[in-house]
Design a protein around this ligand. Structure first.
Ligand SMILES: [Zn+2]
Ligand SMILES: [Zn+2]
Length: 284
């Protein structure tokens, strides 16, 4: 596993690279614009060039854009759904412009209509986003959820159903958030619990769909279905849980991106990166 973090990209998108390098990262994730407004982000060519230059001169080897929080690809409201699909397509275009590797998105909620009704909406959304960005190398990664409020992707079977619904497109992948996995009822506190989760993931989706992890400890208890992130080792998953995660061979070439509150409340920091390195066998 190589370690990355969600970083700020304010003041110029190229700053995301320096912000990641500064805390010891080899991967960065950031929002393209505000995560709470629909306005699409269109990078100027010179800004995108500056970003690519900064990346090429850095140790960063994986770049991912997180889509806005508003997106709901399962929404039954036509207007909201259209905006969501447009936003998803826009995020792929922005990532393409920057030379990013992937975008990661929350799928959304069926809002009580049931998984299968939501699935039909998600299917159409993903097919459109994939065909409208045909030829792009940017992967679309679906993130698992902690399971609150009819959210789509609470377990590996749901994630697998969405991948199959989108024709098992090669550019579709998964991002597993360790806090969400734990909150959804997979016990990542022990190596045995991790092993069981991976067996289930492999059966439902195929391990090769896994493109990245979000490395977050959980502030809420096992199976709570409530999503609150905590610094690594300070939450319910704990240091031993993360020791098993960072050293697992299934994650050998997978980026692990921190989305933790940070020890000074300013988001992912050098200390969290350091803790993960300490837990890595042979790490410093
Ligand atoms: Zn997310
Ligand atoms: Zn979360």
């Amino acid at each position: 596993m190589f370690i990355g973090a969600h970083v700020k990209s304010s003041g110029g998108v190229w700053n995301a690279i320096a912000n990641g390098v500064q805390i010891g990262c080899e991967a960065v994730q950031f929002f393209a614009g505000s995560p709470r407004t629909w306005a699409p982000t269109l990078y100027k060519d010179k800004d995108a060039a500056k970003f690519r230059e900064a990346r090429a001169a850095s140790p960063i080897r994986f770049v991912v854009i997180h889509t806005i929080y508003l997106i709901n690809l399962a929404s039954a409201k036509e207007d909201f759904y259209e905006k969501s699909v447009t936003s998803l397509v826009g995020a792929v275009a922005a990532a393409d412009h920057l030379g990013a590797d992937a975008i990661v998105t929350h799928v959304g909620s069926h809002q009580g209509a049931g998984f299968d009704v939501g699935l039909a909406r998600v299917q159409a959304a993903l097919r459109r986003a994939l065909s409208e960005s045909e030829g792009s190398p940017v992967r679309i990664l679906l993130e698992n959820t902690a399971g609150a409020g009819g959210t789509m992707g609470v377990d590996f079977d749901e994630l697998g159903a969405m991948i199959r619904a989108a024709d098992e497109h090669p550019r579709l992948g998964l991002c597993l958030d360790t806090a969400h996995v734990f909150e959804a009822g997979f016990d990542l506190r022990t190596a045995a619990g991790l092993e069981e989760a991976l067996t289930r993931l492999d059966a439902a989706c195929g391990l090769d769909r896994l493109a990245m992890l979000h490395l977050n400890d959980s502030k809420t208890p096992f199976g709570s279905n409530r999503d609150r992130h905590e610094n690594i080792g300070e939450g319910e998953i704990g240091r031993e849980g993360f020791r098993a995660i960072v050293n697992h061979p299934a994650f050998a070439d997978v980026p692990g991106i921190l989305e933790v509150p940070g020890f000074d409340g300013e988001g992912p920091d050098a200390r969290n990166v350091q803790i993960l390195h300490e837990l890595t066998e042979g790490g410093t």
